[in-house]
Design a protein around this ligand. Structure first.
Ligand code: FES
Length: 112
């Protein structure tokens, strides 16, 4: 399989909700699946109720590197801010290097 570009499933913005959960033995805090997943579910319902499907997408993510002691980390990205963001269908094993090439190109872009 080769990476395939597909149209974005949202036009105005994406809401990224952390659902990362560490084991209690790790000694580190995390947003948790239940809190983050609950918030994402609520957002998803609200997006539908308010007629914003196709404009705003709420997704779950892993750790976003903030890890609050209380609360859930949420990142909001406007379509305008991400500009020509690519949405790709990726073979999780076979496309790794091609994907990494895109990640590196992203990191080297001017004006990030
Ligand atoms: S666990 Fe949620 S940001 Fe790190």
């Amino acid at each position: 399989m080769t990476m395939k570009k597909v149209p974005r499933s949202w036009s105005k913005g994406v809401v990224m909700v952390c659902t990362h959960e560490r084991s209690p033995e790790s000694g580190r805090v995390s947003c948790t699946k239940s809190a983050g997943g609950g918030l994402r579910g609520w957002l998803k319902d609200r997006i539908r109720e308010e007629g914003l499907r196709g404009e705003i997408l709420a997704v779950t993510t892993g750790c976003q590197g903030v890890c609050p002691a209380n609360g859930v980390t949420v990142c909001l990205a406007r379509a305008q801010a991400v500009g020509d963001a690519e949405m790709l269908i990726v073979d999780p094993a076979g496309d790794r290097e091609a994907l990494w090439g895109k990640v590196v190109a992203l990191a080297r872009m001017e004006g990030g």
